[in-house]
Design a protein around this ligand. Sequence first.
Ligand code: SF4
Length: 107
Amino acid sequence: MGRTPGRATTRPDGRVMSSLQKNFLAALVETPPPCTDEDPEIFFAGSDGSTTTRNIVAAKAVCRSCPLIFACLQFALETNDQFAIMGGKTPNERARVQSRYNERQAA
Ligand code: SF4
């Protein structure tokens, strides 16, 4: 029985996952990160785009204890996530380095 090409690498939105993305998702399964035990609300901005300083501080503290912090940050940059605190950085903090990251990936 052969593999089904693309099945494991295609996201529900039709975009293909890179090996970095697949490896990060596999690592999440293998080593459940500390954020899985936390209130998800602290990692996301409110519907008006705002989030509280208290939530940011709490989310960053969780991320600092995470063994996947660098892989998570790289995943967030690669997927250009604009909603969650990931890899210990807010979307605004990542936006400051996003273009440089994109340039490096394209080189
Ligand atoms: S670095 Fe990423 S995976 Fe780790 S706790 Fe923070 S959001 Fe979760």
